[in-house]
Design a protein around this ligand. Structure first.
Ligand SMILES: [Zn+2]
Length: 350
């Protein structure tokens, strides 16, 4: 394993960030390569925990000559977001300077040629240069896994429709309970920027690829057991795709969870601000009309309670981690089987 520290100068004198990039050289130039990154939203750590346990497994494979495809791992993809604390709280989703989500507004390239991306020292903001650098690292690989997590959540994947059903192998390896399939979000998340040039390829070439955002459960699902199990899952997938050779590992492709287009996801939003009391937990299957969540707008007065019900039958995929909401904010995601009346173009969340 080679460790490379890529230094990006900051936007003002005296500041810089360092990206720690781990590289495993593949021995077989016909094998596909894989890129894995975590914590693009600074404090989303389940993926980082998985990589923490995966990296020693890859080092062992390398020592034994079993790394076939080139593997690049960036465990902390966003040193800017990782350092954003305010009043003792970590806030890693939006760039403090611009207010832009760190996982939006990536450059969309038509081909895998990255020459047009701004170099490390371009006259562009650090965030733009970081985004360009992450794309330069990822795009040479056929497999790109961007490891995120939700607030309180089941283990699920975002996958472009063009990579399905081939990518059921990843869902099987990771034990994902659902796939959210998309065809165009136009928000240019990292996944979209990595998928975009692949979508211009022939079907056969594209099918050998895998690009996804992994939502490894919720923010607090960070522990030894889960991290190790997720590392095993990632390893199994890499073996299945021929990136790593390991005869002792066999993957059974048995994913049978829902594959839900984004437009079928019911985003339940707060009609007013207040205290959140959930009626349902993640993983619950609910009927249309079932009580989902009550927003208490006047504590002590039940007349102020607003109870939101399921617009259609489905599965509760996620809940917000906090219990105090603003008007209009997301409260939970329900996986429906038909188009949501509130469906809107673009990503599900800001
Ligand atoms: Zn995220």
């Amino acid at each position: 394993m080679k460790t490379e520290m890529i230094k990006l100068p900051g936007d003002v004198p005296g500041n810089s960030i360092e990206l720690r990039v781990l590289r495993f050289e593949g021995r077989d130039n016909k094998a596909v390569g894989a890129y894995l990154q975590s914590s693009l939203h600074g404090s989303e750590l389940p993926g980082q925990a998985a990589l923490h346990f995966l990296i020693p497994m890859l080092e062992k494979a390398e020592k034994e000559g079993r790394v076939a495809g080139t593997i690049t791992v960036v465990p902390q993809a966003n040193p800017i977001g990782s350092a954003q604390w305010q009043a003792h709280q970590h806030l890693g989703r939006f760039d403090y300077f611009s207010g832009v989500n760190f996982n939006r507004s990536f450059p969309l390239l038509e081909t895998f040629d990255t020459a047009a991306l701004p170099p490390i020292d371009a006259p562009k903001s650090l965030v733009e240069r970081l985004k360009a650098q992450l794309l330069r690292l990822a795009l040479p690989h056929e497999i790109v896994l961007d490891l995120h997590c939700d607030d309180e959540s089941e283990n699920y994947l975002y996958i472009h429709q063009a990579f399905l059903p081939e990518m059921y192998d990843l869902a099987s390896a990771l034990g994902s309970t659902a796939i959210l399939s998309w065809d165009s979000t136009a928000d240019a998340a990292f996944e979209e920027a990595c998928a975009h040039p692949a979508l211009q390829l022939s079907e056969t070439e594209r099918k050998a690829r895998a690009v996804t955002t992994v939502e490894f459960r919720g923010l607090n699902d960070v522990d030894f057991e889960t991290g190790r199990a997720d590392a095993e899952g990632l390893y199994k997938f890499l073996v299945h795709r021929g990136v790593v050779i390991d005869d002792s590992v066999k993957l059974k492709v048995d994913f049978n969870g829902p594959v839900t287009p984004l437009e079928n996801v019911e985003m339940i939003r707060a009609p007013q601000g207040g205290m959140i009391l959930f009626h349902v937990d993640i993983g619950a299957e609910v009927e249309a009309g079932a009580k989902l969540v009550t927003v208490v707008t006047i504590p002590g007065d039940p007349n102020g309670d607003i109870t939101l019900t399921a617009p259609q039958a489905g599965r509760i995929l996620t809940r917000r981690g906090h219990r105090y909401t603003r008007r209009g904010d997301d409260l939970l995601k329900l996986l429906g089987s038909k188009r949501s009346e509130n469906a809107r173009p673009g990503s599900l969340e800001a």
